[in-house]
Design a protein around this ligand. Structure first.
Ligand code: ATP
Ligand code: MG
Length: 397
């Protein structure tokens, strides 16, 4: 059950929100009609409400500047509460709102159904954040999950998997999911998400951003699916200067501010990837459906196990799977000596989606690749059954 607080002087928006909450969300709504906001959270929410409120909506009528200022305070003092701002669609406004800590924007003219979906999602995200410390297996209590996507060989779909994983996890934790492109020389997360980043990894690991998570947040790029991205440097030379220590500090900072940190990597086990695996609470190990990629994966698993760098939860995903490759999933399992968890078919929609800059999960949610990617996401969803205990044989569908 979620608790929603709405601040608005707009009776029509209030009514639609009441109808949305009354229409099937398990939750209760409190409405405040005084839209002049105070300076501090405790002047809006008493002690009890601060502990129980899941979603606070700055509705129509609330002065924008006041909402943003207060959102920044909430973001630091009460990060479990999901903040929603009613504002017209405007990318610049959305960006500064999200930098202030607002997690979702709702159109002031949104329908009852749109408000219902948004409140449900924001409530779920708040619940996930509150549950986090108890569930958290990450080193350092209260920090988010770091999921490193790695493969020994190039071109097997790490970026495709990492971007879709981030988008999918962003639905569980909107504005609390970030993807980091650690393929520092030739990373293409920005291309896969059609982003034009103003800042990149190069700035994020240096100067004030390296000291302060709030400054770091300003260097991230917002994607329309309510996730953040930290894109690869603009030039390979800049990428070269990023050390394992930079990576360790960066991921620690991000995990303190986000529920999910998804890390895309370069092929192989370079210094940056090893640092990302060392910090990871989870990994996705990817191979294609060809002998050299599968043998490479076996070696990678062996090396990581010896180094003690294999996180406990590390689903194996076979990508670009098709029946005409001459090897089967069982052959792959025999070679890597462990079960394959997810098989992602080679599909035209997946290839097309990358070129279009729209993850296949958004572009073609019913495509075979999207269905397999959704299965992969359940490995990181605390509300899904524990996939390690209920392992089902992965098959190519
Ligand atoms: N399931 C799939 N079906 C069809 N095409 C796919 C699939 N997965 C990935 N691709 C395509 O394969 C190409 C390589 O994918 P991707 O860039 O994700 O691999 P990568 O492992 O990140 O490569 P690199 O090691 O070069 O970073 C892309 O053009 C992508 O669109
Ligand atoms: Mg890649």
């Amino acid at each position: 059950m979620s608790r929603f607080v709405l601040i608005t002087d707009d009776p029509a928006f209030e009514q639609r929100t009441r109808d949305a909450v009354g229409g099937g969300i398990r939750g209760e709504l409190v409405v405040r009609r005084d839209v002049q906001l105070p300076e501090a959270p405790e002047w809006i929410l008493d002690q009890d409400a601060r502990e129980t409120c899941d979603v606070l909506v700055f509705g129509p009528g609330v002065p924008l500047a006041q909402a943003m200022r207060l959102a920044a305070v909430f973001d630091v003092q009460l990060p479990a509460i999901s903040l929603v701002l009613a504002a017209p669609a405007d990318p610049d406004l959305a960006l500064s709102a999200m930098r202030s800590g607002v997690r979702d924007i709702v159109d002031p003219a949104a329908s009852v159904e749109d408000i219902r979906v948004l409140l449900e999602r924001a409530g779920q995200a708040a619940e996930n954040r509150r549950r986090k410390p108890a569930d958290d297996q990450a080193p350092g209590a209260g920090s988010g999950r770091i999921i490193t996507v790695a493969s020994p060989k190039g071109g097997v779909g790490k970026t495709t998997i990492a971007t879709n994983l981030a988008v999918g996890l962003g639905r569980l934790a909107p504005m609390s999911t970030v993807i980091v492109d650690l393929d520092t020389q030739f990373g293409d997360v920005a291309t896969a998400l059609a982003l034009q980043p103003e800042h990149t990894l190069a700035q994020a690991v240096s100067g004030a951003a390296a000291q302060d998570p709030l400054v770091l947040k300003a260097f991230l790029t917002v994607h329309s699916s309510s996730i953040y991205a930290l894109c690869a440097p603009h030039t390979p030379a800049e990428g070269d200067s990023i050390t394992g220590e930079h990576v360790t500090r960066l991921l620690t900072q991000l995990a303190s501010a986000f529920t999910y940190v998804v890390v895309d990597t370069a092929p192989g086990l370079g210094e940056q990837t090893l640092a990302a695996l060392e910090k990871a609470t989870d990994a996705v190990l990817v191979c294609g459906m060809d002998v050299s990629s599968v043998r490479g994966l076996r070696k990678e698993i062996e090396v990581l196990s010896e180094l003690g760098l294999l996180p406990e939860n590390h689903p194996v995903a076979v990508n670009l799977a098709d029946n005409a490759s001459g090897i089967t999933i069982r052959d792959i399992e025999a070679t890597v000596r462990r079960p394959v968890d997810v098989v992602i078919p080679r599909t035209r929609a997946a290839a097309y989606a990358t070129n279009k800059g729209e993850p296949v999960l958004i572009d073609k949610p019913r495509d075979g690749a999207s269905r397999a990617l959704k299965e992969l996401i359940t490995f990181f969803d605390p509300s899904a059954p524990d996939r390690r205990r209920t392992h089902r044989r992965a098959v190519l569908r």
